[in-house]
Design a protein around this ligand. Structure first.
Ligand code: MSP
Length: 667
């Protein structure tokens, strides 16, 4: 037997700072679907997921709960594994960055970088408040009588330097630009590659600070243990440490590396397409074949975030409708690469239209008619008519079409192709009118063919949906009476007509019962069942309900709803210069992770050397309506503090900006 071709797919490793929500589920389900698809089509596929457990965020969360960071993450990791099980995710390995198999190799990698001169030790300059043990930048400190003081405790700060290790990113910049240009599939969708080249690589890479002495919850540099290794160097390495890279047991590494695709959210493309390739190249290792950036699941116009209280968790949905329904929705609703919305209403509507109506009805009608007209036995088809030939041709073309879309990670388009044929089958029922054919003996021969066509198409659909909906195919096969495993394979779809005559169908429960959307919407949002609209007998019950008073908003305040419409995001300064012919305005180019914006700000007097702001992370009011100022469209407002007495103006910045991706929501 020739060796199977391998396929290695990864998800990002998630921060276990809280339980995973539907956004994390989206990436993980996509990876699992792709892995299952590759297995179905004959590959030896391997899927890795895991958790990114170090860093200040986790340290802080654990402290808030009064537990050790390890105890904190252990609990979240257990919940995460439960969730993936609930979602039918079959990962091959789950790596935790606290695993010893990971930490020792990260230390080894760091040491190699140092030994070969890619990492050097230098000074990170800042202003230090000894009582608070905090570094501050020149713009963060407050001045009292000409003395620079700590903004937290008000005591004087000293100019201090923190020793740090730096990675010579700049050394690899030209190589990387060239690599990306020579490998157009490396970063997908293409627009993300353009963003990386234009926004980060061409303007010039800065050397990256890759160690912290102030962060204790991290992997220590083994030859200088005061320093913790920067979380992204630690995290990105997971993709190879999990395979045993750098150990005596590196069979998996040799078998599966380079990865075929790293799935990542659009906000972490930069780390995966700049730092990670440079790290690998410096180690002399091949690069992953592709990094695919998918979009966000939004809630309204917002990315889900716990602080906004708009997080959707999969558990209640799965408990009520099953994992397959949610998996279908996630893979069908939005094109992979674009943002999309999650709403219960859209989910329930799709369940009714695609699952209950299109797929569910096809199966139930087919099985019911075979039972009714032929006592449950599938009949051999007779000579095909043109309408049958057309349907057969479409069914036979389907695997190729689905494979093409899947290879481009276009899950929703692959499902659309399958549903086109399901729709065609339902139309075929209306056109061939089996209930008319079944009225007399003369129609029976034709009816045999019609029902055979439908049963065989249903078998095709069951095989093709398996990667997306792992449990549903068996339920369809049980109704169709398909027990032979050979008829459940991808290869069996090369021939139309493999379902044997004489197969006995068995009507079962509806695959996806129709939903009363209004009622279920209320249930999902945790409210009582809504009272029926016109039934007076329900009136007394309604009358008992306490009336919900609209919340009073004191003058000068805004409601939480109004606040939630505002979007504040972190923005990293790519460039900053004075606007010609203006003594007030500075023009900023800002990195928001998924886009670059131009913003004008009237703070030129406060910042006579604007170029010094490059690299700083500021706070942007991001959904202020754009407006033209002196011929330039300004897209947002940078927040700053104004001391009304002295007129001093200072930009708001973000604490420990390195640990926050540009464009992060503030709330
Ligand atoms: N730990 C880093 C990744 C390190 S990978 C070497 C991290 N973790 S994260 O938990 O913040 O997010 C990980 C991924 O979760 C995102 O890249 C994205 O894939 C996914 N998502 C989190 N929220 C999401 C949505 N609302 N919508 C879609 N995906 C989202 O970044």
């Amino acid at each position: 037997m020739p060796e199977k071709k391998t396929f290695y797919i990864t998800t990002p490793i998630y921060y276990p700072s809280g339980n995973m929500h539907i956004g994390h589920t989206y990436t993980t389900v996509a990876a699992d679907t792709m892995k299952r698809f590759k297995q179905l089509t004959g590959y030896d596929a391997y899927m890795l997921t895991g958790t990114d457990e170090h860093g200040q965020k986790i340290e802080k969360k654990a402290a808030e709960e009064g537990v050790t960071p390890k105890a904190y993450v252990d609990r979240i990791v257990a919940n995460t594994k439960e969730l993936w099980k609930l979602m039918e995710v079959e990962y091959d390995d789950f790596i935790r960055t606290t695993d010893e198999r990971h930490t020792v190799i990260v230390q080894k990698i760091f040491r190699q970088f140092y030994d070969q001169g890619d990492i050097y030790k230098s000074q990170y300059e800042g202003l230090y408040c000894t009582p608070c043990e905090s570094f501050w930048t020149a713009t963060q400190v407050v001045e009292k009588d000409g003395v620079k003081c700590c903004p937290d405790c008000g005591r004087p700060v000293e100019v201090t330097r923190e020793e740090s290790y730096f990675f010579r990113m700049s050394k690899y910049q030209d190589w990387l630009i060239d690599y990306i240009e020579q490998h157009p599939d490396f970063i997908q969708p293409q627009k993300r590659a353009n963003e990386m080249i234009n926004n980060f690589l061409k303007p010039g890479l800065q050397d990256l600070c890759v160690s912290r002495t102030s962060v204790k919850w991290g992997i220590p540099v083994d030859f200088d243990p005061e320093h913790s290794i920067y979380v992204w160097i630690d995290a990105l390495s997971n993709y190879i440490t999990a395979l045993g890279y750098g150990t005596d047991h590196d069979e998996l590494y040799r078998k599966y590396w380079p990865a075929d695709v790293h799935l990542v959210g659009k906000e972490i493309v930069r780390f995966h397409t700049i730092y990670w390739p440079i790290m690998l190249h410096a180690l002399g290792l091949p690069l992953p074949r592709q990094v695919f950036a998918h979009g966000w699941l939004l809630f309204g116009n917002d990315k889900m975030s716990k602080s906004k209280g708009n997080v959707v968790y999969p558990q209640p949905i799965v408990e009520r409708y099953g994992a397959d329904a949610l998996r279908y929705y996630l893979m069908r609703e939005m094109p992979f690469g674009a943002d999309g919305n999650y709403t219960n209403e859209a989910f329930l509507t799709r369940m009714n239209s695609d699952l209950a109506n299109d797929l569910g009805n096809l199966i139930s009608r087919t099985v019911a008619m075979i039972e009714k007209y032929f006592d449950g036995a599938v009949q051999a088809p007779q000579a095909l008519e043109p309408i049958d030939e057309t349907l057969k041709a479409h069914a036979l073309a389907l695997p190729g079409l689905v494979e093409e879309q899947m290879n481009a990670l276009q899950f929703s388009l692959a499902l659309q192709e399958i549903w086109k044929v399901i729709g065609e089958c339902n139309k075929y029922i209306d056109e061939t009118q089996p209930w008319v054919l079944g009225r007399g003996e003369e129609g029976k021969a034709r009816l045999s063919t019609v029902l055979y066509m439908l049963a065989e198409c249903a078998r095709f659909a069951a095989v093709l949906i398996a990667p997306f909906m792992p449990k549903t195919p068996e339920r369809i096969f049980a109704q169709l009476g398909v027990t032979d495993e050979a008829l459940k394979t991808w290869d069996s779809l090369a021939t139309f007509g493999r379902l044997p005559a004489g197969t006995m169908v068995h009507k079962g429960e509806a695959l996806f019962p129709r939903i009363d959307i209004k009622k279920d919407l209320a249930l999902l949002s945790g409210e009582d069942e809504p009272a029926p609209e016109k039934k007076p007998e329900k009136a007394p019950k309604e009358a008992k309900k306490p009336e919900k008073k609209p919340q009073e908003i004191p003058e000068g305040c805004v409601s939480i709803d109004a606040f939630e419409k505002l979007s504040f995001r972190t923005a990293k300064v790519l460039s900053c210069e004075k606007v010609e012919k203006s003594d007030k305005l500075l023009s900023f180019k800002l990195d928001l992770g998924d886009e670059t914006r131009t913003v004008l700000s009237g703070i030129a007097k406060a910042y006579p050397e604007p170029e010094k702001l490059v690299g700083r992370t500021l706070v942007l009011f991001a959904n202020l309506a754009p407006r033209k100022i002196m011929g330039t469209l300004s897209q947002g407002m940078l927040l700053s503090a104004l001391d009304e007495k002295t007129g001093a103006l200072r930009l708001l910045t973000v604490d420990d900006a390195d640990s926050v991706a540009p464009g992060s929501e503030i709330g």
